[in-house]
Design a binder for this molecule. Structure first.
Ligand code: AMP
Length: 303
């Protein structure tokens, strides 16, 4: 089943203690789309400038990602983000952001995109997320991701969005910031009270917690020996979840379906961390993902 992924497509510059890479393909929607495209047809909704490199476009289309809903602004500059990781790779700071074409983003969906049954609103402004959501007429299962920036500057719009989504995905620190508590379990439940039936709190190298209507599911992260670049791990996780759910070929999902999607998303995210940018994710095969999924399940099951 086809998945619609809306979010940012960016040129990322990434600094770690071992290397610096400039103008890599990035953005929340690029990672999420590549993850979902491993198993499903994907339609991408985003905006880029005319400086967006042809090789990045070719990489996306080469994975079967439909770019008909990606607006290209003649003379415009693509969104750019620069980040630097601390030595432990768990924390990073944003060094520079150039919003450019994102400022004029007014998403417009074609009929095929507006009819999808699984929608991922990857991280971008809640206004843009709501604009996309309003155009989806096929009563899709809606997943939304966000970040601290929007909690700080667009809290009310984010709250509006939360009332409309089925699954809200957010990282640990942002969950606590959003609902003003230091207790993660309380944070998950408070986020659910804001609207979504399901909430996933991502905990980086410590895994994720899924909050359902009356159950919790917890998973660890795949045990990687080395992390080259964790950029996009959260987006890959969300895209992997969307792809897993769409692959079930229906629109109503059980708690067990959501739990399996969390495990699958965690496995895909681990690949993203192995190399800079989308490099490892873009080279990933279904067999490699399946093999790691089996290994992951074996080391989280007794007997
Ligand atoms: P993650 O590591 O999963 O949090 O995602 C990193 C990606 O988010 C990078 O590829 C960035 O281009 C993208 N990004 C950074 N800031 C923003 C923002 N304000 N809105 C949307 N995407 C962003």
């Amino acid at each position: 089943m086809s998945v619609l992924i809306a979010g940012t497509v960016a040129l990322d510059s990434i600094h770690t203690s071992s290397a610096i890479h400039h103008e890599l393909l990035g953005g929340s929607a690029a990672y999420a789309a590549l993850a979902a495209a491993l198993t499903n047809p994907v339609q991408l909704c985003a905006i880029v400038g005319s400086d967006f490199p042809a090789e990045h476009r070719a990489l996306l289309t080469g994975h079967g990602i439909d770019l008909d809903n990606v607006e290209s602004v003649e003379g415009g500059k693509t969104f750019r983000w620069t980040g630097r990781y601390h030595d432990d790779m768990n924390h990073r700071e944003t060094l520079a952001v150039s919003i450019d074409v994102l400022e004029q983003f007014a998403p417009k969906l074609n009929p095929a995109a507006s009819a999808v049954r699984v929608l991922l609103l990857a991280n971008m402004s809640p206004d843009n997320q709501i604009d996309v959501l309003k155009q989806c007429l096929g009563n899709p299962f809606i997943i939304a991701d966000s970040m601290d920036l929007w909690i700080n500057i667009a809290r009310e719009r984010l709250q509006d969005l939360m009332q409309k989504v089925d699954l809200f995905v957010i990282n640990e620190d942002e969950a606590k910031l959003f609902v003003d508590t230091t207790n993660l379990i309380k944070a998950g439940h408070k986020l659910q009270e804001m609207g979504p039936k399901y909430v996933v709190v991502k905990k980086g190298e410590h895994g994720a917690i899924l909050f359902g209507p009356d159950q919790l599911f917890m998973t660890c992260a795949y045990p990687l020996r080395a992390v080259a670049d964790p950029t996009g791990a959260g987006d890959t996780f969300a895209g992997g979840m969307a792809g897993y759910l769409a692959g079930l070929g229906r629109k109503d999902f059980s708690f067990a379906d959501l739990s399996n999607a969390v495990v699958y998303g965690s496995v895909l995210a681990s690949f993203t961390c192995e190399e800079f940018g989308v490099k490892r994710l873009a080279a990933l095969t279904r067999d490699e993902a399946e093999a790691r999924l089996s290994e992951f399940k074996a080391c989280t099951t007794i007997g």
